[in-house]
Design a protein around this ligand. Structure first.
Ligand code: SF4
Ligand code: SF4
Length: 189
């Protein structure tokens, strides 16, 4: 008898859910509106001189808790833009399959070379599709030019305005007390 009642209860739950409005969408055929700060991928960017910004310092590789970033140092040569010798990156790979989106790699970058960004939503059908090679990361740069707030400098400014390039807003002066709140100097009668 107990099993029969359990079966009836289970069927009632199924029936109830059968008529509930659908909560999911058939991605990629239907796409939901994404939030302003939604970010799904990464990009390597060029600096203000149009050169690859990454200096292959490997800080992002070392800090990544999932150990999914591999940086290979490239040539050390004179920059055509500045005339100074600098390090370039030889190869860079980020495996999104195991990324936990902690953003530590972005925060630690000393030259804002890596950013999180939204990219055109192309679904992947193979694990290899989620491995971001250096070519893919630079191809994402165009997408990163959409308003993106997440590079290291901006994140540091958010956490400590005195450390960033933007000077902290001066404290607002305390408001004058209202006349009714001003202590009276008249002797009490
Ligand atoms: S956001 Fe992803 S790639 Fe970057 S440090 Fe975190 S786990 Fe690693
Ligand atoms: S992306 Fe930034 S932190 Fe990572 S190796 Fe390049 S310069 Fe260093």
């Amino acid at each position: 008898m107990k099993y029969f009642l359990d079966a009836i209860r289970a069927m009632l739950v199924t029936l109830k859910n059968f008529f509930r409005p659908v909560e999911t969408v058939r991605f990629p055929f239907e796409k939901r509106e994404r939030g302003e700060r939604y970010r799904s991928s990464f990009a390597l960017v060029h600096d203000e001189h149009g050169e690859e910004a990454c200096i292959a310092c490997k800080l992002c590789e070392r800090i990544c808790p999932s150990e999914i970033i591999t940086v290979v140092g490239g040539e050390k040569k004179l920059s055509e833009a500045t005339g100074k010798k600098r390090q370039y990156v030889g190869d860079f790979t980020l495996d999104l399959n195991a990324c936990i989106y902690c953003e530590l790699c972005v925060q630690v970058c000393p030259v804002d070379a890596i950013v999180m960004c939204r990219v055109p939503e192309v679904p992947g059908f193979f694990r290899e599709d989620l491995v971001l090679t250096m070519d893919k990361l630079y191809a994402n740069e165009a997408a990163a030019n959409e308003p993106t707030w997440a590079n290291a400098t901006k994140l540091w400014e958010m956490q400590d305005p005195k450390r960033g390039l933007v000077e902290a807003e001066p404290d607002e002066p305390a408001p004058e007390p209202a006349a009714s709140e001003t202590p009276s100097t008249e002797p009490a009668t």
